[in-house]
Ligand binder design. Structure first.
Ligand SMILES: [Zn+2]
Ligand SMILES: [Zn+2]
Length: 255
């Protein structure tokens, strides 16, 4: 049984699933994925996402505003805290810094700090998205004492040095389908070093479908491909990876 720690169930194109959300859920369960966290990316879509996924058994959700979206409603601490009180909200995010598409604007850092404050106030873990912003991400987490709540560095593709710093702050490291990509040797080199008790797996569906589905619509049913690759490079087996990542996710999200 697998736990997909990060997906966007509400954003998956249902054309591949007979235009039926239940069909998507059935196919997911057929791949032994019993639990998943559906990640919020903006406040405008929160209500629709929540209505769709919260009634589903084994599906949990988060509240937050993604760092890649500039022209969206800016979150306030009180608003995030209020929304997080709903049933099945297990984390704040996704939030963080992404300097890949930007020159590292102040609004991203400010939005990130707001999420950390909300996490501290609610005592919920953080879902962190970080790309090419190593120093600022770790710096802001430290400055704002995010180690009090911890969380996960999702779809992590940075180096082991950064992973180690995050782990020391109480964070988990989540590996996505990128670990199966041919050119992602750096991700495999980093992923073999993550301690068993800090490792998570995710699909980040509908994006980043693992090999052999690259370029196609991703869905949580593909998370076993991430586990299989991790088993191969860590000299383990898929059942062991499934079990330890599931236990870790349940501990992190307090399920
Ligand atoms: Zn992300
Ligand atoms: Zn995401």
């Amino acid at each position: 049984m697998f736990f997909d720690s990060h997906c966007h169930l509400d954003r998956i194109d249902l054309a591949d699933f007979d235009n039926d959300f239940n069909n998507l859920l059935q196919q997911t369960r057929a791949q032994q994925v019993e639990q998943m966290v559906c990640i919020c990316v903006n406040l405008e879509s929160f209500d629709d996402m929540y209505e769709k996924v919260a009634p589903v058994d084994g599906v949990y959700a988060t509240v937050g505003v993604h760092p890649d979206y500039e022209e969206v409603q800016e979150p306030e601490v009180g608003q995030l805290v209020e929304l997080s009180k709903k049933d099945k909200i297990v984390a704040i995010g996704e939030t963080g810094l992404d300097y890949y598409h930007t020159d590292g604007p102040e609004w991203q850092r400010q939005r990130f700090r707001i999420h950390i404050d909300a996490a501290l106030e609610t005592d919920l873990p953080l879902i962190i998205h970080t790309r090419m912003a190593k120093q600022d991400t770790i710096g802001i987490l430290k400055e704002h004492q995010a180690d009090k709540v911890g969380g996960v560095m999702h779809c992590f593709t940075e180096d082991w040095e950064m992973a180690k710093q995050a782990i020391d702050l109480g964070f988990y490291i989540s590996i996505s389908g990128i670990v199966t990509f041919n050119q992602a040797q750096n991700v495999r080199d980093m992923a073999v070093q993550i301690p068993d008790d800090r490792l998570l797996i995710e699909t980040d569906a509908p994006w980043l479908a693992p090999v052999p589905y690259r370029g196609k619509t991703n869905y949580p049913g593909h998370v076993h491909l991430v586990a299989e690759k991790l088993a191969e490079i860590r000299g383990s087996d898929v059942e062991t990876i499934a079990e330890l990542t599931r236990n870790n996710a349940q501990r992190l999200f307090r399920l």
